[in-house]
Design a protein around this ligand. Structure first.
Ligand SMILES: *Cc1c(COP(=O)(O)O)cnc(C)c1O
Length: 228
């Protein structure tokens, strides 16, 4: 008989929330300042619903198509849930993304901003937008380069009337994440943006120490992902 060593997901959710609270206390921050986004990519509707039933409301998905297959049903049952897009967005998926997501965290180029603005007008929907920053300037990664951020934000506001509420980043795997989180915090402060989305299962406490207001956690709650 094989037995799961791990606790059920709602138990782990509570444990992660407790870790967030103690990381906040250690950083002399109010736990209310930090939102946990549970990353539900690759997880089934049933797995997700367990956490909705436990009262959790913020979730993140990285692919529009996968989210389409799960969330319309869940949103009908839990209309106050808040769905975040945390993966790269192709312009040909912008329409569906605006229709489904409440927060789009990966705005990273003027063309995408233009199409999002048009869709938001067309659908009369206003998801919150964050700009993704490529803090490690990695060529293979999406995101605005730190040096280009002021100009990018200025341009999408002037040309398309888009205002972002925050910044998100995914640090390079082989580097010290704290430096990237600190850079993101500094950029947000310089731009007067209130949301700082960074930190995952391995490093969300480090992110909170550096000023994150939103952490995105999957594995620590659901266990390891099996590739789909
Ligand atoms: C998958 C993913 C996460 C969560 O990663 P875990 O290590 O499972 O916590 C966070 N952010 C983004 C952008 C992701 O794609």
């Amino acid at each position: 008989m094989s037995r799961q060593v791990s606790e059920p997901a709602p138990e782990r959710l509570r444990a992660v929330l407790a870790q967030i609270a103690s990381a906040c206390r250690a950083a002399a921050r109010n736990p209310d300042e930090v939102t946990l986004v549970v990353v539900s990519k690759t997880r089934s509707i049933d797995e997700i619903e367990e956490l909705l039933q436990a009262g959790h409301r913020h979730f993140g998905e990285n692919r529009v198509q996968e989210a389409q297959s799960k969330w319309p049903e869940l949103k009908k049952k839990y209309p106050d849930c808040v769905l975040h897009l945390i993966g790269p967005l192709q312009t040909n998926k912008a329409r569906e993304a605006v229709g489904l997501f409440d927060v789009i965290e990966t705005v990273d180029r003027p063309k995408l901003a233009r199409i999002l603005a048009a869709e938001m007008k067309e659908q009369a929907r206003t998801p919150l937008l964050y700009a993704q920053v490529n803090t490690g300037a990695e060529p293979q990664k999406t995101g605005v380069l730190p040096d280009d951020l002021p100009q990018f934000l200025q341009q999408i506001s002037a040309d398309y009337g888009l205002v972002v509420d925050g910044l998100m980043c995914i640090p390079p795997q082989e580097e010290e994440p704290a430096l990237h989180f600190a850079l993101l915090e500094k950029l947000a402060r310089m731009q007067g943006l209130k949301v700082i989305s960074c930190g995952m299962s391995a490093d969300f406490e480090v992110a909170i120490a550096q000023g994150a207001t939103q952490v995105r956690v999957g594995t620590a709650i659901f266990g390891p992902r099996t590739p789909i």
